[in-house]
Design a protein around this ligand. Structure first.
Ligand SMILES: Nc1ncnc2c1ncn2[C@@H]1O[C@H](COP(=O)(O)OP(=O)(O)O)[C@@H](O)[C@H]1O
Ligand SMILES: [Mg+2]
Length: 137
């Protein structure tokens, strides 16, 4: 690994025109301010689509922009350009059905609580019956 700044993440993947996409990310761009007062281009023109049941891994060196991309896709961070849609609806804030587990596991759960209580926190905004089913699962 060199000590140069990683290139901005660029992902381009697609579906045949006939396949309905569950998640569509189109032309996503994001720059973030860094300590010297300049902007660091973290994500450049990211476009991909996923169908229900598909699984995708985003692989790249540390600092390439993977976490920033996931934050944008999950509605935690707004992109500078581009769009994220789920079942055709724009994702502009964190959807209630979404669960995100961040890399820093110790910041993603409460070690003092049981597994059940940790899961309960993640699904608390969902209807009671659905929440109970997800906790049980
Ligand atoms: N909130 C932020 N403000 C400024 N720079 C950031 C911020 N978050 C991440 N960065 C910088 O953006 C680059 C990409 O970070 P990140 O998306 O966490 O990469 P990865 O997950 O691929 O390691 C890194 O250089 C990181 O230091
Ligand atoms: Mg990361």
């Amino acid at each position: 690994m060199s000590d140069t700044v990683a290139s901005p993440a660029q992902v381009t993947a697609g579906l045949p025109a006939s396949s309905p996409a569950l998640l569509e990310v189109s032309g996503l761009c994001k720059s973030l301010p860094i300590a010297d007062g300049t902007m660091l281009e973290v994500n450049r023109d990211i476009t991909f689509a996923l169908r229900a049941g598909e699984f995708m891994s985003i692989v790249g060196p540390s600092g390439a922009g993977k976490t920033t991309l996931l934050r944008i896709v999950s509605g935690l961070v707004q992109p500078d350009r581009g769009s994220v849609t789920h079942r055709g609806q724009a994702v502009r804030q964190v959807p209630s059905w979404l669960s995100v587990v961040f890399q820093e596991y110790n910041k993603s759960f409460f070690p003092g609580l049981t597994v059940r209580k940790n899961v309960m926190l993640a699904v608390h905004s969902q209807p009671r019956t659905e929440a109970q089913q997800r906790i049980a699962a």
